[in-house]
Ligand binder design. Structure first.
Ligand SMILES: *Cc1c(COP(=O)(O)O)cnc(C)c1O
Length: 463
């Protein structure tokens, strides 16, 4: 018979559940307290009991077992943000944290982060200094610009430029550059946010010098040129170069802003990809301000770097938003080392660039090692030649070729097991098959990847 609307036995089973106190003083509870802090053990017990209560109320004949405590403790002890193995083949994967940092950049983050630093003290004079000071020399040397500043990311840099220089006035932009970068960052929305009035010129595929010229007026605060990032314009197209725009803007005293996004400082020689302009190229072509990301093709920490003429950069620095968008010491530390590496001609040692440049024979050999390790674990896969992408909204036409292992079986189920395992693995699913691209897997991680796949396969029915 049911009892108060509950299935028979429910009340008895609920009553039979131990209290948190009782579990704490049990053998399993005391063992857990030897390893874990008390609040974590209490929370783990609460969670286990809550799940059991739920199952019993659903009519299940569940009862407490101390076996459930271990997994609950492990889940609570594991940080939410954790390293993953990137088997997607996408080097600058925004959802996976974009650029992996160089070991020497990380070492500097650790050295600066563990204690105090001269972040805003000039050690020579003892006076207040600028947090951008260590970045100025390398940024000037690498781009040829007079001055620079750094904010939280390139979206913040764009917002700052538009707000500080164009609030309440007009910004002239080509219709072919009103793009969405990803993650909802749309150029027209940023314009609105900065209370600048957008003056669109040209058409989607063609914007000529004369289109800009007609739009320029005493109300013009800024001419902006936006890198299309994640898409390319091909076919019947025409665009006005930075150089031509500079010739229009300079005599009128209107600043020319280039939102360059991916931030190439040293040319990147990817087979088949059209050449990308470097930041120095934009500065030399006459841009007054150039903004780019720290964690795209530069391969550094998340940051928005603005370089350009001293007069305009000083306007940005003086704006109240600059304080709200400023970078912290850990970013400055990682960025300084990353910039120095490029400056010293060691840019291709930076992980993001090295991964993008990895040669096909090296990748092929890595895929073969993975296949062999999987075979040793009883999982047969095929090694295939694949086309990837650099990602992060950079080099949309580059299709770097790589090698991957294709795992047969229920791709969705396997992908879920791999994602939620330890280490967590993210691959891609193509035509119903799980594809593990080895481009972004370090050689020492191949063994870990293989073990994760073997374990995931073994945990699935029908393995
Ligand atoms: C990627 C990109 C941004 C946004 O950069 P974040 O550093 O991710 O904020 C802005 N503009 C362009 C042109 C981009 O390519």
């Amino acid at each position: 018979m049911s009892d108060g609307g509950l299935p028979a036995g429910t009340r008895e089973r609920l009553r039979a559940l131990p209290s948190v106190e009782a579990v704490l003083v049990s053998e399993a509870g005391r063992a857990a307290l030897q390893i874990h802090p008390r609040p974590r053990v209490v929370e783990a017990i609460r969670r286990v009991l809550a799940v059991l209560r739920g199952r019993i109320l659903q009519g299940e004949a569940a009862s407490f077992s101390s076996d459930a405590l271990g997994p609950a403790l492990v889940a609570l002890a594991t940080p939410g943000l954790r390293p993953v193995l990137n088997a997607t083949g996408v080097v600058l994967h925004t959802n996976l944290g974009r650029a992996p940092l160089a070991p020497e950049a990380l070492a500097r983050v650790e050295a600066v982060g563990r204690g105090y630093s001269n972040l805003e003290v000039d050690l020579e004079s003892g006076e207040r200094g600028s947090r951008f000071a260590p970045l100025l020399e390398p940024l000037r040397a690498l781009t040829g610009a007079e001055d620079a500043m750094v904010v939280n990311n390139c979206a913040a840099a764009t917002l700052l430029v538009l707000t500080a220089l164009a609030e309440g006035r007009e910004v002239v932009v080509s219709r072919g550059e009103l793009v969405e970068i990803g993650g909802g960052f749309r150029v027209p929305d940023v314009m609105r946010q900065s209370h600048a009035t957008l003056v669109e010129v040209g058409t989607t595929n063609r914007t000529r010098r004369a289109d800009y010229e007609r739009a320029l007026s005493p109300a013009t605060a800024l001419v902006a040129k936006v890198h299309r990032s994640n898409f390319a314009l091909v076919g019947f197209t025409e665009e006005t170069t930075v150089e031509e725009l500079a010739r229009l803007c300079q005599p009128r005293g209107v600043p020319l802003f280039v939102d360059a996004g991916s931030g190439l400082l040293a040319p990147l020689d990817l087979p088949g990809a059209p050449a990308e302009p470097t930041m120095r190229g934009h500065v030399e072509a006459g841009a007054d301000l150039v903004a780019f990301s720290g964690d795209k093709l530069l391969g550094g920490p998340q940051a928005g770097i603005v370089v350009g003429r001293a007069f305009w950069v000083s306007r940005l620095r003086a704006h109240p938003l600059a304080r709200a968008l400023r970078v912290d010491k850990l970013t400055v530390a990682a960025l300084e080392v990353t910039l120095r590496m490029v400056q010293e001609g060691r840019g291709d040692e930076i992980p993001a660039r090295a991964l993008a440049l990895a040669s096909e024979p090296v990748l092929r050999a890595r895929a073969d090692v993975l296949r062999q390790r999987l075979a040793d674990g009883g999982v047969e896969v095929r090694v295939v030649h694949v086309e990837g992408q650099v990602g992060g909204g950079t080099l949309p036409l580059a299709r770097p070729r790589s090698w991957a292992c294709v795992v047969d079986g229920d791709a969705e189920a396997l992908a879920t097991r791999l994602r939620t395992g330890e280490p967590s693995v993210l691959g891609r699913i193509e035509e119903g098959r799980l594809v593990l691209d080895v481009r972004c897997i370090d050689d020492p991680d191949v063994a870990r990847l293989a073990e994760a796949v073997v374990a995931a396969r073994a945990s699935l029915p029908g393995a």
